[in-house]
Design a binder for this molecule. Structure first.
Ligand code: SAH
Ligand code: SF4
Length: 355
């Protein structure tokens, strides 16, 4: 009988330093090769073994035969001429499409990365939620968004990474943690640990785990309302992990990491922009070291939504400013995020592959 030997290559992109050292030991090579490969992939942004000059020709051939170091393929880069925003479209090996965005702001540039294809949480204002859940991204796919974008844009020019693209990072917890381990490793030069923010819709037990993990990342909670019933209407996950649970968890996170929490607040007309919302926010912020990031609601009309999603409207900018002023008058730090990249559908909550 014919013997079909299928050669499945091992994906090394996404392995942490310890895992790479282990891999080399297993294959009869010295562990320090793991450190060298880590350096090539995550510092020098190498995409082929041929680039690795301190590896012998033989070793490069062996690695090329057995391993892969590209988890994503860059399909297109789209520029927004108005804002300088760049949207990257990537393809996975199973032909899923994912997007990441670079948002420049003065001498900073923030890369927004995804952790899932789609999202299972069905927030009513979110385009990703409307597309449903396909699968978790692998660690390699999470870090390759940064590595491939950095190759195009310039590694040193990306100053911040936010986990605010498609998906809920704390529902893909293991991959999120491994990606943080890579991004914050001593060996990954130029990427300060203070510049990474994980944004969550509020998976309370995982917020505690993240606090205990020792990675000094910043946390953003997608708050959107201080009232349980309103929050449950627009964010069904609130029925499972209530705001009360999440507030306890973020207090723990703030205490344990000594960092300030960011509350993300997408302004929805008549839903969370009322007088009582201002009052409730003032009360909440007095209990937790925090700041508020107001996000003007980006249209999701391109997804042709039904139900409550079809009825959502943005709060007019003038009213947003008035809302923010009342908070500032109470010594709360408030940022109103500019809607960037609207013209190329690269704004927050619009990251949904329409392919
Ligand atoms: N799943 C995570 C991270 C991705 S969403 C989370 O929910 O936090 C990133 C941010 O964009 C969240 O604060 C989310 O609530 C917000 N967002 C989603 N859709 C939006 C829209 N249409 N307009 C404005 N902000 C939106
Ligand atoms: Fe998922 Fe975040 Fe969108 Fe909610 S806002 S559906 S958690 S990506």
């Amino acid at each position: 009988m014919e013997n079909n030997i299928i050669n499945i290559k091992r994906q090394l992109k996404g392995l942490t330093l310890d895992e790479l050292k282990e891999y080399f030991k297993e294959t009869g090579e010295p562990a320090f090769r793991g450190e060298q490969l880590f350096n090539w992939m995550y510092n020098h942004l190498a995409v082929s073994f041929d680039e690795m000059q301190n590896f012998s020709k033989q070793l490069r051939a062996k690695l090329s035969g057995n391993c892969l170091i590209q988890a994503l393929e860059l399909v297109t880069v789209q520029d927004s001429p108005q804002t300088g925003t760049k949207k990257f479209l990537f393809q996975t090996s199973d032909e899923r499409k994912i997007e990441s965005v670079i948002i420049p702001d003065g001498d900073r540039a923030t890369l927004c990365i995804s952790t899932q294809v789609g999202c299972p949480l069905d927030c009513k204002f979110c385009a990703t939620g409307l597309m449903g859940y396909k699968r978790n991204l692998t660690v390699g796919e999470v870090v390759d968004q940064y590595l491939l974008a950095a190759r195009e844009y310039g590694k040193d020019k990306i100053t911040n990474i936010v986990y605010m693209g498609m998906g809920e990072p704390l529902l893909n917890y293991k991959a999120t943690l491994s990606s943080l381990s890579i991004f914050t490793a001593e060996l990954t030069k130029g990427l300060s640990r203070n510049r990474i923010t994980v944004s969550t819709s509020g998976i309370a037990p995982k917020i505690r785990e993240l606090a205990d993990s020792g990675f000094r990342v910043k946390l953003a909670l997608s708050l959107h309302s201080c009232f349980e019933d309103v929050r449950s209407t627009i964010m069904p996950i609130n029925n499972k992990f209530s705001l009360k649970d999440n507030i306890e968890s973020i207090k723990y996170f703030a205490r344990k990491t000594g960092s300030r929490i960011t509350f993300e607040y997408t302004m929805l007309k008549g839903i969370n922009d009322r007088k009582e919302d201002v009052k409730a926010l003032i009360k909440l912020c007095s209990q937790i070291p925090s700041k508020i990031n107001i996000i003007p609601f980006n249209s999701i009309a391109h997804m042709n939504p039904g139900g409550i999603s079809a009825t959502l409207e943005p709060t007019p900018l003038k009213e947003i400013e008035h809302f923010a002023q009342q908070l500032r008058d109470n010594n709360i730090t408030v940022m109103i995020r500019e809607t960037q990249g609207n013209d190329i559908a690269a704004a927050c909550g619009q990251l949904a592959a329409k392919y």
